[in-house]
Design a protein around this ligand. Structure first.
Ligand code: TXA
Ligand code: MG
Length: 334
């Protein structure tokens, strides 16, 4: 078992000594190492089982540290940092030449953000330095939004877990590429495209993630990420739940969980499909509530040994875009 603490100075000490610490952020828990320490960053990849060409996000104590990592900081980056930092927006900028290749995955760009969780900010301020941190889960699995998720996933592979309670937002940060003319959305997340558009003057379009040639724009955004063991089926409307359950029943899948914004009540009772046991999970609530509980509910499905979960997804508005994106990836079958 790793050491679990609420003491930010303990976390700063372990990081300064070259150790790995799971840190709470407002999005998900991150597996952090001092960003300028290539050996420690290398261990992050080993622990996660993550391909080394997948770049990491550098978490800064404040926007004042931008110039230490970015070769140039365009006005749009200043504006967006001013509007959303600390907060769930990651900016991809041209990297300074001294940024370790371990962090950038050998690219000329670097991803930067200032996280909003007070304990995390305290660690960064005490450290006076940036940390590189991917989500603190094994590669491809569901991201952790509680300290106990990290302990369950990583065990002793991480020295210390800083327990900051359940993450507020619950899905990862938005990744925005500012190196490519008009800014492009590489990953929908905690800040919506509409919110970005209010600052930059135009809503960013989504980058094509699977270019016909060359490297992926944002590795780690390819299909089959964020997957629980259980099968995931996504529907738009409670009325479609029955059809999805019937399909699963035909494939011999049972028991099946159902996750929806509000209680399906009698609705689930009526989804009486022979041979399929149905478990209705506690409703996820509105779109913000959905994002907040999504990963915890997906983990619950596995803990309960359920074979599949049918999710009634929220609409694409606001955080809904990120929730739907993660559900689609979780639902992707190889
Ligand atoms: O909310 C979050 O962003 C969390 C917390 C811990 O901050 N972190 C997180 O990290 O989700 P990770 O490693 O799971 O995802 C990082 C994403 C990936 O999609 C990666 O491809 C993209 O950021 N990324 C990082 N550096 C990049 C770069 N130089 N160019 C393009 N995409 C980059
Ligand atoms: Mg991740």
């Amino acid at each position: 078992m790793p050491e679990v603490t609420r003491d930010p100075s303990r976390a700063a000490d372990v990081l300064a000594g070259g150790g790995l610490v799971a840190l709470p952020t407002e999005t998900v828990y991150g597996l952090a190492a001092v960003a300028g320490d290539p050996a420690a960053v290398g261990r992050v990849f080993a622990v996660k089982g993550r391909p080394t060409d997948h770049p990491l996000i550098v978490h800064l104590p404040s926007a004042d540290h931008l110039e230490a990592w970015a070769r140039e900081v365009p006005p749009a980056a200043q504006d967006l940092a001013g509007a959303f930092w600390p907060g769930p927006l990651t900016l991809v900028l041209q990297a300074r030449s001294d940024v370790p290749g371990e962090v950038t995955g050998g690219r000329e760009t670097v991803a930067l953000r200032v996280p909003a969780h007070p304990l995390c900010l305290e660690v960064l301020t005490l450290l006076g330095d940036a940390v590189a941190a991917p989500s603190a889960n094994r590669f491809g699995a569901v991201s952790p939004t509680r300290a106990e998720h990290v302990v369950a996933d990583l065990g002793d592979a991480v020295e210390l877990v800083l327990d900051g309670g359940p993450c507020d937002v619950g899905v990862e940060s938005t990744v925005l590429d500012l190196t490519c003319g008009p800014p492009e959305l590489l990953r929908p997340g905690g800040v919506s495209p509409e919110q970005i558009g209010e600052v930059t003057g135009s809503v960013p379009s989504r980058a094509d993630h699977v270019p016909s040639q060359g490297p992926a724009r944002a590795p780690g955004m390819l299909a089959l990420h964020y997957s629980p063991e259980a099968r995931v089926a996504v529907v738009d409307d409670p009325a479609e739940v029955r059809f999805a359950v019937v399909e699963l029943g035909r494939a011999g899948v049972s028991p099946v969980a159902v996750l929806a914004p509000s209680s399906l009540g009698a609705g689930v009772g009526e989804v009486d499909v022979e041979g399929v046991d149905i478990v209705e999970l506690e409703p996820a609530g509105d779109t913000e509530g959905f994002a907040h509980v999504l990963y915890d509910r997906l983990r619950q499905v596995d803990r309960l040994g359920l074979q599949a979960v049918v999710v009634v997804a929220p609409s694409e508005k606001g955080l809904g875009l990120a929730v739907r994106d993660r559900l689609q990836r979780a639902a992707h079958e190889i």
